[in-house]
Write a new protein. Structure first.
Length: 156
């Protein structure tokens, strides 16, 4: 996929989602064919209907551009196992456990307590049983210092 097509796809996704809670996370080309994988997310969570809306819009635009185009689009959410790439993705994970690796190689794990414009705050909920106080203070991490961030999924 050329950078031109990737740019068009990004613009079209933004057009299709304008005025909604849906936002683009990533556009990726398939390794062996002309498949275009589009990952979207939404402030209120992603649904099959939201993915379908964006996929139809992209297919219509590709058809307008080139009726004989050879691209296949696949629109989906990034998935719970994928790293958080954008600050906006953190909003829907407030209260969940995150594992973060900083650009300096430091590892953090804690509950997502707050999401600011430029940073997040992780809370370590471990309590000293004798004093009934938190063992570690909350940790503030700037978005530009995050190398990788994952939501830890637990089934209780």
């Amino acid at each position: 996929m050329s950078n031109e097509i990737k740019g068009l796809i990004e613009n079209w996704v933004n057009e299709a989602t304008d005025g909604t809670d849906i936002f683009l996370v990533e556009v990726r080309k398939g390794l062996k064919d002309e498949r275009i994988a589009v990952f979207i997310d939404a402030d209120e969570g992603i649904t099959i209907d939201k993915c379908t809306l964006v996929n139809r819009y992209l297919n219509d635009k590709l058809e307008e551009m080139d009726p004989e185009h050879k691209y296949t689009t696949e629109v989906s959410s990034p998935g719970v196992d994928k790293a958080l790439k954008m600050p906006r993705q953190y909003l829907q994970h407030k209260g969940r456990i995150l594992e973060i690796k900083s650009k300096k190689g430091e590892l953090y794990k804690g509950w997502l307590k707050e999401i600011g414009e430029d940073n997040i705050i992780l809370e370590d909920r471990k309590i000293n049983l004798l004093s009934n106080k938190k063992i570690k203070p909350d940790t503030k991490i700037d978005f530009d210092q995050i190398a990788e961030s994952h939501v830890i999924v637990s089934f209780h």
